[in-house]
Design a binder for this molecule. Structure first.
Ligand code: SF4
Length: 431
């Protein structure tokens, strides 16, 4: 027997990435609110290229389907929505998440009926909008901005997005999908959203209303306890940087230190907020993965990414940290203002430090300053390869490829760095 569902929520990507986790947690909050008035199902970690998933969706025959696509999964998610459109065109399809940017999506979507796009803080308005859609009501929300289909022209018909302030009061610990990381259960806790900076490449904090806001400590505590009760011993701390606020970090780490079983944390530390006080606190918990963003030491590229860091100051801060944990320092290949020489200089600088070097090929992501200024920086973007930059006004394709070759040939035995990771894959380890 087919059980018809009014609303089906699909999150296709494995939540091992903080940016995915932000919207997975938001979808749990949306689900809890929708459940009060509608039949609803939520599927995490769904393979959107799978025929079985399509057949399952068709058997449910939902009125509304909500999908959260991300990076290399975007093409498969759009294919899934096209297939749903072919079979049940009347089904309302809603794209949410970081990739819900009408202009960016117009690179992928040609014609899908009843399509809506939501970015921003979906937990605040999406449940109300679902109610309205189910009652076939017209939209009257002041907060909405409307776009014509595929973002070309504004109209009141097809697409819109909004930004709204989220209160941070809900609980996601009871429904969160958990996964294993080296024999331990892993779960996410959002402690803050927004950012104090605006790096030009960044997807996470660049859309409107990006102000840094913290969740109430009582709610964070409730979620951490819930996750611990479910067996979580490794906590991914969601915040642009855990060390932005000493008091919040002290509270969160204080909660984690009180558990009987030892727990560990993973998250991001901003170098600008590494000082003697924060280091003492950072040291007070066990770390699994500590990300520190550097991106480049090339001054011309630093201007373009809107992020300054003096290499000598950075070295000192890292040495302070690496006495108790080897951090993963992120840098980007393909920045405007950078070139082969500048990129190699950045890598050589990090090879002299006790760190793991994590290199990312620059991707131009929706909502980022780079995306909205892509012509100015001369970006040649490969949209079929999730927005990877093939070249820009200072970095030729040939030079970028030769930097990749250089990375593959680094012999770590001669250096202080512990490993080199390129786009998430380890290239070499020191022995
Ligand atoms: S890269 Fe980090 S510091 Fe920069 S805007 Fe994004 S979250 Fe903020």
């Amino acid at each position: 027997m087919n059980i018809e569902k009014e609303v089906l929520i699909i999150s296709p990507v494995h939540p091992n990435d903080g940016e995915v986790a932000y919207f997975d947690l938001a979808l749990i909050r949306v689900y809890k609110k929708i459940k009060r008035h509608h039949t609803c199902e939520i599927i995490f970690n769904a393979d959107t290229s799978d025929e079985k998933l399509l057949n399952y969706i068709l058997s449910l025959n939902p009125d509304i389907i909500i999908v959260n696509p991300y990076r290399n999964n975007l093409i498969d998610s759009v294919r899934l929505l096209n297939n749903i459109n072919n079979h049940i065109p009347e089904c309302i399809k809603i794209i949410v998440g970081w990739y819900a940017e009408p202009d960016y999506l117009s690179n992928y979507i040609t014609d899908i009926e009843n399509l809506y796009i939501f970015c921003g803080e979906i937990e605040e308005l999406l449940p109300d909008i679902i109610d309205k859609l189910q009652c076939h009501n017209k939209f009257t929300f002041k907060e909405m901005k409307y776009f014509h289909k595929h973002g070309e022209k504004r109209s009141e018909k097809h697409l819109f997005y909004f930004n709204h302030r989220y209160s941070g009061n809900d609980n996601t610990g009871d429904l969160q999908p958990l996964y294993r990381s080296e024999e331990r259960l892993f779960g996410w806790v959002e402690i803050a959203r927004g950012c104090k900076f605006q790096c030009s490449f960044c997807i996470a904090s660049s859309y409107n209303n990006r102000a840094y806001r913290e969740r109430p400590v009582e709610n964070i505590k409730r979620e951490i306890h819930e996750l611990y009760k479910r067996g979580v011993r490794e906590f991914g701390i969601l915040s642009s940087a855990i060390n932005y606020n000493y008091k919040l970090m002290k509270n969160v780490f204080g909660i984690l230190r009180k558990f009987r079983d030892p727990v560990s944390v993973s998250g991001t530390i901003h170098p600008a907020f590494i000082n003697d006080d924060t280091v003492l606190l950072i040291k007070s918990v066990k770390w699994r993965t500590m990300i520190v963003g550097l991106q480049t030491i090339n001054p011309a590229a630093q201007i373009n990414i809107n992020r300054k860091m003096n290499p000598d100051v950075f070295r000192e801060k890292i040495l302070n940290i690496s006495s108790f944990h080897i951090p993963e320092v992120e840098i980007i290949l393909g920045l405007p203002g950078d070139n082969k020489e500048g990129f190699i200089k950045t890598v050589e600088f990090l090879l002299g430090l006790p760190v793991s070097i994590s290199v990312y090929h620059l991707r131009i992501e929706p909502w980022s300053v780079f995306y909205f200024n892509r012509e100015r920086f001369g970006f040649n973007i490969d949209y079929r390869n999730y927005g990877k930059v093939i070249s820009n006004f200072t970095f030729s394709q040939k030079e970028i490829n030769s930097c990749i070759k250089y990375l593959r040939n680094i012999n770590l035995r001669q250096h202080k760095a512990k490993s080199i990771i390129f786009d998430g894959k380890t290239l070499s380890h020191s022995v």
